[in-house]
Design a protein around this ligand. Structure first.
Ligand SMILES: Cc1cc2nc3c(=O)[nH]c(=O)nc-3n(C[C@H](O)[C@H](O)[C@H](O)COP(=O)(O)O)c2cc1C
Length: 336
């Protein structure tokens, strides 16, 4: 039996990678001390919201980049050979996605692996008196450019409010589609006990929603369509985002399978760099997966210089330390 301890350590870091709805769909098949196979778990894909698997492939790209940063701690680099570009939700059991090989490191790694466990999504109010510094924003844009993505941002009050409003509308008005709500509802965790039991998903405490309200949203959604109440909920939701001073939108190849993985690798490095500067991120993924909102956003942020469609909208800023989302264990992620 070869020594698998380095892989175990890498998986222990990679499991903290962010995934949409905290699906944690990556699995690892360890072959020997240098080789492993990255797999995906088909039952954890999102066929309704992400029918082409773009966000799920992006999630695997994030996992790969986190694994590479963790490998750097051992003076190793991660070589990746992709085995497929398709993520098929109809298959059963972990499916091979990429062959991974640990090789001696040749380039320095500026990101320390400690950042992986510090990084979190912050859905808290942001400190309105501390906007994200232009130097940090320029650094993030440069990282994105290194992956052939374009990160644009604005700290203009009107633009920030427009983005927050669009996201809130998507959440409360456009998420009326039964199939979409049912798919997201599968990942809703209404209490700490519920979240701990599953070790994944969107926990009410991390979403900054009272558990009962979240339960009502997914199980009795008609209540939220009563005009007065829907406006109140939208206002409360927007209040939870007070202090937001900066929003950003990213464009790049998000059409090809390789493009989606590359987007994930870029997002991982951008997010870890933000963590290094004490800046938090809150992605607004549903604005992209919702066709109507996506179109509205493309029109609003039209830019003739841009080479690719937008694929992510976020708010970013300084906040208190947000609650930590649950994770599956290393043993759950290592498959035979
Ligand atoms: C591509 C992508 C899209 C996401 N979209 C959203 C979103 O629309 N709304 C949201 O609140 N969180 C979003 N998230 C954050 C995840 O829900 C979060 O990463 C996950 O629950 C784990 O929590 P953590 O990031 O704090 O570890 C997104 C994450 C990723 C990677």
């Amino acid at each position: 039996m070869s020594d698998l301890s380095i892989w175990t350590d890498i998986v222990d870091h990679a499991r903290w990678a962010p995934t949409p709805h905290n699906t944690q769909h990556a699995r690892f098949r360890l072959l020997d001390s240098r080789r492993a196979v990255l797999c995906y778990e088909p039952s954890r894909l999102l066929p309704v919201e992400d029918p082409r698997g773009q966000f799920m492939a992006c999630g695997l790209g994030i996992v790969l980049e986190m694994a590479a940063v963790a490998a750097a701690h051992h003076d190793l680099d991660l070589e990746v050979r992709y085995l497929t570009g398709t993520l098929d939700h109809t298959l059963s059991g972990p499916q091979p996605y990429a062959e991974l090989t640990l090789v001696p490191r040749t380039k320095p790694e500026p990101l320390s692996r400690e950042l992986i466990k510090q990084r979190r999504t912050s859905r808290l109010p942001y400190d309105g008196d501390r906007p994200v510094s232009p130097t940090v924003l320029a650094e993030l844009a440069a990282i994105a450019e290194g992956f052939e993505h374009q990160l644009e941002f604005s700290s203009d009050r009107k633009e920030v409010d427009w983005v927050l409003g669009l996201n809130a509308d998507t959440m409360f008005y456009d998420l009326r589609d039964d199939r979409t709500r049912a798919e997201i509802g599968m990942w809703a965790r209404y209490s700490m006990k519920h979240a701990r039991k599953h070790g994944d998903g969107l926990a009410a405490h991390a979403m900054m929603f009272p558990g009962f309200l979240m339960w009502l949203f997914f199980n009795k959604n008609w209540i939220f369509q009563i005009p007065g109440l829907s406006h109140l909920c939208r206002a409360l939701y927007l209040r939870s985002m007070r202090g937001t001073g900066t929003v950003a939108w990213i464009s790049g190849d998000f059409q090809t399978p390789a493009g989606c993985v590359n987007a994930g690798r870029m997002l991982a490095r951008v997010w870890l760099t933000m963590t290094r500067h004490g800046v938090y991120l809150h992605p607004f993924g549903s604005v992209i997966t919702n066709e109507r909102s996506h179109k509205t956003m493309e029109e609003h942020f039209a830019n003739s210089q841009r080479k690719h469609p937008l694929w992510l909208l976020v708010r970013l800023g300084h906040s208190n330390v947000p609650p930590q989302a649950m994770r599956l264990s290393v043993d759950d992620l290592i498959v035979s």
